[in-house]
Design a protein around this ligand. Structure first.
Ligand SMILES: [Mn+2]
Length: 277
């Protein structure tokens, strides 16, 4: 069983509905990379695609962008591969409602809940927990997940987990209310797939039997800020079954150069500062 996992697509970012300046906005790059992930799933005949939240760039999205995104997802789902989506913090834990999402192959986790996908006769359960930003709420939902007779069970999240790192200075999440301690996680899932952390990485939670459960962050599909300037972007492919494997797939990104910083760093510009207002 092969699951394509992506998150933090932030669709609609830098995509002016009525452009006022002559500049190539980066918004189309995010749509292009969404296309690449979905095309990859079709070409490799993935069993399931899961989205770990922050589908859109903010909670109020222009209707033209909502329609564009949902039409793309619906066109993908028409091909027969099911798609599961949770809401992230940028959607304030609730995706814009649309009739388009009432597709038989699209499952939206509007609240913490478990959905069983039947994939070529095999059953894969996904417990989806939309963004909480609160370790107590998140852990309660994760521990509440039903124990089911299925081949595999994944936990789909949009949270910070203890030990996750972000930014040019490797800020590390720990001991915060919004950060989930790994040891408190239920260990019975095959894997935790989470959005929210924009840098791709894997954390491990040791199980009592000596094995370990991966917490996988696919990262954002394009750079959403300068804090991500040095990061590779892409998505994850999770293989479940006898052979368990995790692979990150790169996507093309546009280089970000902090032009202002370079100018301020030049000596003649510093001299220019002395002229005063
Ligand atoms: Mn995000």
């Amino acid at each position: 069983m092969r699951v394509v996992f992506l998150s933090d697509t932030h669709l609609g970012i830098d995509l002016p509905v009525r452009p006022r300046v002559q500049r190539r906005p980066r918004g189309e790059d995010f749509f292009d990379n969404l296309d690449r992930v979905l095309d990859h799933a079709v070409e490799t005949r993935a069993d399931l695609v899961l989205h770990g939240g922050d589908l859109f760039f903010r909670s109020k999205v222009p209707p033209s962008i909502v329609d564009r995104v949902y039409q793309r997802l619906t066109r993908f789902a028409d091909g027969g591969i099911p798609l599961g989506v949770i809401a992230g913090n940028h959607e304030r834990s609730a995706l814009p409602t649309s009739l388009l999402l009432r597709h038989q192959n699209i499952h939206v986790f509007h609240q913490p809940s478990t959905h069983v996908f039947s994939l070529a006769g095999r059953k894969l359960a996904v417990t989806g927990v939309p963004f909480t930003g609160d370790q107590g709420l998140f852990l309660a939902a994760a521990h509440d997940a039903p124990v089911l007779e299925v081949e595999h069970h994944l936990l789909l999240a949009h949270e910070a987990f203890e030990g996750a790192t972000v930014g040019p200075n490797d800020f590390t999440f720990r001991k915060r209310r919004d950060t989930v301690p790994l040891a408190a996680l239920p260990e019975r899932f095959d894997a935790v797939l989470s959005g929210h952390i924009h840098r791709r990485q894997v954390l491990w939670r040791a199980r009592e039997d000596g094995t370990r459960m991966p917490i996988v962050f696919a990262g954002s599909i394009e750079r959403t800020s300068f804090a991500e300037a040095g990061e590779e972007k892409g998505f994850a492919v999770v293989e479940l079954g006898e052979r368990r494997r995790l692979r990150f797939v790169d996507l093309p990104t546009r280089p970000l150069v902090d032009w202002r910083e370079r100018i301020e760093g030049a000596p003649h510009d510093r001299a220019g500062d002395d002229l005063g207002p």
